[in-house]
Write a protein that binds this ligand. Structure first.
Ligand code: HEM
Ligand code: HEM
Length: 113
């Protein structure tokens, strides 16, 4: 698969992840929302590693890529806080959007730490 195709998959992954978070607003749709959230997360991480490999930086993973994996885990865990009513769903979605903005920044700008 080409770097371009992994990029395309990466964008599909993030679309599905955030459809999932949007679905957390309605309790009826929460189960379906979690399905999209999960499928999106799997596509994001597979395409993310695919891009790292194509960019030839898999062996020497830059700090920004490790932070992305950390933020991916945060996106993976966040729904638990909404489902267990630890924090209100709108706040969970806001935190997810901020994490998403961080993931996009790291992927585009690749800051040297
Ligand atoms: C193809 C992959 C996946 C599918 C189809 C999927 C599907 C689902 C479904 C249907 C639920 C709702 C279960 C229920 O409400 O009874 C769920 C819950 C959940 N999933 Fe996934 N998932 C996938 C991957 C992932 C991944 C990769 C993560 C995290 C990194 C994740 C994190 C969660 C969490 C945190 C819950 C909520 C648990 C709870 O508090 O009830 N899922 N998933
Ligand atoms: C759901 C979580 C994620 C989101 C929302 C996300 C979002 C993004 C965005 C918006 C870009 C810029 C895309 C572009 O250049 O066209 C990007 C690039 C990138 N992401 Fe992610 N990402 C996620 C998870 C990951 C993970 C887990 C990894 C690593 C395992 C990863 C690795 C990369 C790489 C290597 C690039 C740079 C691609 C290049 O410059 O050609 N991403 N990401």
């Amino acid at each position: 698969m080409s770097l371009q195709f992994y990029h395309y998959l990466h964008l599909i992954g993030l679309i599905l992840v955030f459809i999932g978070f949007g679905g957390l607003f309605s309790s009826e749709g929460a189960k379906k929302a979690m399905m999209w959230h999960g499928i999106g997360l799997v596509i994001s991480i597979v395409s993310g590693f695919g891009m790292l490999a194509k960019l030839g930086i898999m062996g020497t993973m830059p700090v920004w890529a490790w932070i992305k994996i950390g933020l991916w885990l945060v996106l993976g865990f966040l729904p638990v806080l909404a489902k267990r009513r630890v924090i209100a769903a709108p706040l969970v979605v806001l935190i997810a959007a901020i994490a998403g903005a961080g993931l996009a920044y790291l992927g585009y700008f690749k800051p040297a730490f």
